[in-house]
Design a protein around this ligand. Structure first.
Ligand code: 3NM
Length: 217
């Protein structure tokens, strides 16, 4: 399971309707053609959809993922994840605790954002399957993002014996993805470099090339 998860995390695309310059379904289809390995639906922030519209978009995007064999994860909204039977959920530190989330989602994939060793310890104990660590670089996509910390915390986690799957997030592009991979992560999470690209397919391909290049030595 863990090896499979590491593979799935390689090129982890996250998106909501307000991150896209084109229609979200088109963006996701193109990103899949470009080689993404996992998708997270993150409908959040200014201009995001709610209620029925949000659920309908989730269902549509999930269908696209299913057809392509790409796992579908929901950000924060555990109720929605359970309702549509998503493959997993991702939670931050201001959402419910990892223990509570694990209890609700059962064996689904559970990702947790961590920023300190204390948060990491708690999340691991409570059954997180992987960590999201960021922002590695400056990002304007997340409204309440912390200051960029580079790859130092990723290295610190590995130095402290954390072998759990980790993805880096925040400001990641095709150009810097290789450096992030070298810090010991299993994959990179990306919003705007793909969602806001003129060609999401080409953006994903560029990322994939650099990720695989690093991985192969
Ligand atoms: N979480 P982009 S940074 C969703 O630091 C998210 O935990 C972050 O978007 C964290 O790839 C971030 O456009 C936004 O920089 C990432």
């Amino acid at each position: 399971m863990e090896d499979k998860l590491r593979e799935m995390l390689k090129l982890y695309f996250i998106m909501g309707s307000n991150n896209c310059r084109k229609d979200p379904e088109t963006v996701l289809k193109e990103a899949i053609k470009g080689g993404i390995t996992l998708f997270q639906f993150r409908e959040k922030g200014q201009g995001s959809l709610g209620g029925c519209e949000k659920k309908q978009l989730a269902v549509n995007l999930q269908r696209i993922c299913k057809e392509a064999g790409i796992p579908f994860i929901v950000n924060d909204d555990i109720e929605l994840a359970l309702e549509v039977d998503a493959d997993g959920v991702h939670i931050g530190q201001s959402d419910m605790s990892a223990g509570e989330a694990r209890c609700l989602v059962g064996s689904k994939i559970l990702g947790v954002s961590v920023h300190t060793l204390k948060e990491a310890e708690q999340a691991r104990e409570m059954g997180a399957d992987y960590f999201g660590v960021g922002p590695v670089f400056h990002t304007t996509t997340k409204e309440d993002a912390l200051p960029a910390s580079g790859v130092s915390f990723i290295r610190e986690l590995r130095k402290n014996g954390y072998s759990i799957p980790i993805v880096g997030i925040g400001g990641i592009t095709a150009e810097n993805a290789g450096d992030v991979m070298s810090s010991g992560v299993d994959g990179v999470s990306v919003i705007s470099f793909i969602s806001n690209a003129e060609s999401p397919k080409k953006a994903a391909m560029g990322l994939k090339e650099n990720i695989m290049h690093k991985q192969n030595g």
